[in-house]
Write a protein that binds this ligand. Structure first.
Ligand code: COA
Length: 378
């Protein structure tokens, strides 16, 4: 048995074989099933990208129609899940609610005990549809608003915006949401996907794997960073501070700035390239470039001072703000997209499974250290 010791945080360790996502961190390349993210961002849709992630190739017209029909048919929640959402304290954050509610979805899934490939595909359609519904419904409930029923004629992104606001979203909002969903859909063995694969590899069920992934996604070093970015922008705005000066002081105090840095990318995160453009365009279209301008000033300063690049979370914050989405929904929106990748990875893991069980480098007291009676202990 090899006893190689991995670097802290498993940096640089290759921990799985996967045919889903390929990243070249030095060159700033991200691809799903070999297709560059720039092409997908420009030409694909969330539905088509999800098909690609799950099946390994682009669908033909009929396959995409059938796939989309399955996803829209899955837009349904057991009334007991909605009762549960009503019972949560209004102080519960949408990420906490999502983590708890996704776990409970298995109670009402006919395939709960079936861990076969086909059953996991069926459960994955439902998870994609239901997660978006949970986020929209909980947000309305906590605001004392009526639940908006799903509209099966709308795309996944458009239906989410519809269920959230109760208004038919503009073409720009739908296009923006769809592109954000494509850009966030997968990212190789990031922390939440790794968590999902570890759980799936024990032959637990897919709802457990996704619940664990949501827990990992919630942290500020991972998906929670997009909320951190917006809170920073709001603080700077409220204090009327100069953005570059503000982050200069934060860096001097050894604080980390949400939305910057990445374990894998040593150059610009290709997703940030698109989100920067979207954020700027949305700002111009709405006649308010405040969040974009502030973000850009911060980015230029941190690029120059720390040689750190913006990651996916940096410009998604100002993008979602301009779409009128509440801050604590930003990470749930990440989940609404990343569920596509998580499910692809869980299914891939189970198709060729082996328990994931690494070792730890022991740094505790020397063996043997002996048990001593209480009266002899210091
Ligand atoms: C993403 C992240 C967790 C990667 O972490 P990592 O690979 O372990 O990198 P480290 O935290 O060891 O950072 C390496 C160096 O860059 C600095 N650094 C990295 N990200 C930074 C940030 N956002 N702000 C300020 N400094 C940062 C670290 O302080 C460290 O400097 P040092 O060597 O002088 O101590 C880290 O960049 C981070 O915390 N970013 C902010 C949270 C975020 O945006 N997460 C979303 C990622 S998509």
């Amino acid at each position: 048995m090899s006893t190689a010791v991995a670097g802290k945080g498993l940096e640089g360790v290759v921990a799985a074989n996967s045919g889903i996502c390929w990243i070249d961190g030095e060159a700033g390349v991200l691809s799903y099933r070999g297709i560059d993210i720039h092409e997908l961002a420009e030409y694909s849709t969330f539905e088509e990208t999800t098909y690609l992630l799950w099946n390994g190739l682009l669908p033909n017209e009929l396959a995409l129609r059938e796939f989309t029909a399955q996803l829209t048919l899955a837009r349904s929640l057991d009334h007991r899940i909605i009762d549960m959402l009503r019972s949560f304290p209004r102080t519960a954050t949408p990420m906490e609610v999502l983590r708890t509610a996704v776990s409970a979805l298995s109670f009402y899934d006919a395939d709960e005990k079936d861990n076969s490939h086909d059953a996991n595909v069926r459960k994955s359609y439902k998870l994609i549809a239901q997660i978006a519904m949970l986020v929209a419904i909980y947000d309305r409930l906590r605001k004392g608003k009526e639940i908006v029923p799903p509209d099966r004629s709308l795309s996944h992104g458009a239906n989410f915006l519809w269920m959230l606001s109760g208004e038919i979203p503009s073409e720009t909002a739908v296009k923006t949401m769809d592109m954000a969903l494509v850009l966030h859909a997968d990212h190789e063995l990031n922390a939440s996907t790794f968590a999902a694969r570890v759980i799936a590899a024990t032959l637990s069920d897919i709802h457990s794997a996704i619940t664990g992934a949501i827990g990992a996604m919630k942290g500020p070093l991972h998906g929670g960073a997009n909320e951190g970015v917006m809170r920073l922008l709001l603080t700077i705005d409220k204090e009327g501070a100069d953005p570059a000066e503000y982050v200069r002081n934060m860096l001097a105090a050894k604080q980390k700035i949400s939305g910057f840095g990445h374990r894998v990318y040593k150059t610009e995160d290709p997703r940030a390239t698109h989100l920067r453009k979207i954020s700027e365009q949305l700002g111009r279209d709405s006649g308010n470039t405040k969040w974009y301008d502030m973000s850009r000033a911060i980015e230029l300063y941190i690029n120059a001072d720390k040689k750190l690049n913006a990651n996916v979370d940096f410009y998604s914050a100002s993008t979602y703000a301009t779409l009128g989405i509440d801050i604590d929904l930003y990470t749930p929106v990440f989940v609404i997209s990343r569920i596509a990748g998580w499910t692809a990875h869980v299914i891939e893991q189970l198709d060729d499974n082996r328990l994931i069980r690494p070792r730890a480098e022991y740094i505790g007291p020397v063996y043997p250290t002996h048990w001593i009676p209480m009266e002899e202990r210091p």
